[in-house]
Write a protein that binds this ligand. Structure first.
Ligand code: NAD
Length: 345
């Protein structure tokens, strides 16, 4: 299970300087997307003399190596000895790419529900090809979950981002290396996200629900960092990489169908997932939750070309990997067809 310091709760960003100091760092560079620069500048101001500067050049998704080079050069010139990443999975991903090369520590301040801050998994894109790997070096040394930094996350991003966290929990429940402790965390994550997300999209300023969603995201990230994932993550990786589909939305559309694919093969896990959702059936419960959130339910609505389904099925069945139900080309093709159309699972 990932081991790092975690600070949780409204106002926990106040502890950022102490966390940086605890790591022995004296020149932290704060990294963000241009859209989250206000958070980054606030973090830099809190760090005072320990701030080396702000790099707000992160671009969404998949960490292109050109941008990483730019960020690394900027941080090197500033003499940075620590990366403070403030943002969603894309920003955390940049910190991980830098830490992989330099070994410098990361303090993560997540502002979405992607959960990357709790995993040793990194991803980089070079010449259009996304490479992923695991390395303990990229695991943040401290994570600050301050709900106040998530209040501006609009419902159209918060909903799919929350389902991304749910996907980590769902696949942890039937992982090849599932264990009772991680299952407990994942089940609790499902419960927290299912109760919080409908409130978050309905009342974006509801601090208690936002905090609950962040708690679910923390559990989801912990589950993702602890046990192996299966068909759902494989499909999302394939669709995102080959068709450039948006990350959280792809997870959102595919999850009910990947869950349905495994329905009969993992009955005990499905029963626990359904119970945590407060539904009779896991796949249908997820599909209904997504509907409540007003989030996308069909691949055709998020940029998937209909003539790409065969290629996607080929890619997702090319290399063997663990899944509770054996990977069958015809079944995967059918799953993709259903996800493309947004059919009820
Ligand atoms: P993201 O980081 O690209 O953010 C999505 C959008 O949300 C952006 O437009 C951003 O500007 C906006 N945003 C973020 N915080 C905001 C806030 N507080 N208020 C308003 N807007 C805000 O997307 P994401 O879904 O968080 O992360 C996706 C990326 O993370 C993908 O590249 C994925 O591969 C990676 N990821 C990696 C892991 C891992 O373990 N390595 C896990 C999950 C996701």
């Amino acid at each position: 299970m990932p081991a790092c310091r975690v600070l949780f709760g409204a106002g926990s960003i106040d502890r950022l300087p102490d966390e940086v100091k605890r790591l022995g760092a004296t020149r932290a560079v704060v990294i963000s997307m241009p859209s989250e620069i206000r958070f980054a500048e606030d973090a830099a101001a809190r760090l005072g003399e320990m701030s080396a500067g702000v790099y707000a050049g992160v671009v969404a998704q998949h960490v292109p190596v050109e941008m990483l080079r730019d960020a690394r050069e900027y941080a090197r010139k500033l003499g940075a000895d620590c990366y403070v990443v403030v943002g969603g999975g894309s920003t955390v991903g940049v910190g991980k790419g830098l830490a992989l090369e330099t070994g410098l520590p990361i303090v993560a301040v997540p502002t979405t529900y992607a959960g990357s801050e709790m995993t040793p998994i990194y991803g980089l894109t070079e010449d259009g090809i996304k490479k992923t790997g695991r390395d303990r070096k990229v695991m943040p040394k401290a994570v600050i979950y301050d709900v106040n930094l998530t209040l501006s996350l609009p419902p159209r991003i918060a909903g799919p981002s929350g389902i991304n966290a749910l996907a980590h929990c769902v696949e942890a429940m039937y992982a090849e290396d599932a264990n009772p402790i991680v299952s407990l965390l994942a089940e609790e994550g499902i419960r927290a996200l299912a109760r919080a997300l409908p409130i978050v999209v309905r009342e974006p300023g509801n601090v208690a629900a936002r905090s609950d969603a962040q708690y679910g995201a923390w559990l989801g990230g912990t589950a993702l960092g602890s046990v192996g994932m299966s068909i759902h993550h494989k499909l999302c990786h394939t669709l995102g990489g080959s068709f450039n589909l948006p990350h959280a939305e792809t997870h959102t559309v595919v999850l009910p169908h990947a869950t349905a694919y495994n329905r009969a093969a993992a009955p005990a896990a499905m029963a626990r997932i359904a119970a945590a959702l407060g539904a009779a059936d896991a796949a249908q419960g997820i599909y209904d939750l997504i509907g409540t959130l007003g989030a996308p339910r069909a691949l055709k609505d998020i940029g998937m070309p209909g003539d790409g389904l065969d290629h996607a099925a080929d890619l997702a069945t090319k290399n063997p990997y663990y899944n509770p139900r054996p990977i069958e080309r015809a079944g995967i093709r059918e799953l993709l067809e259903n996800a493309y159309n947004g059919t009820r699972p």
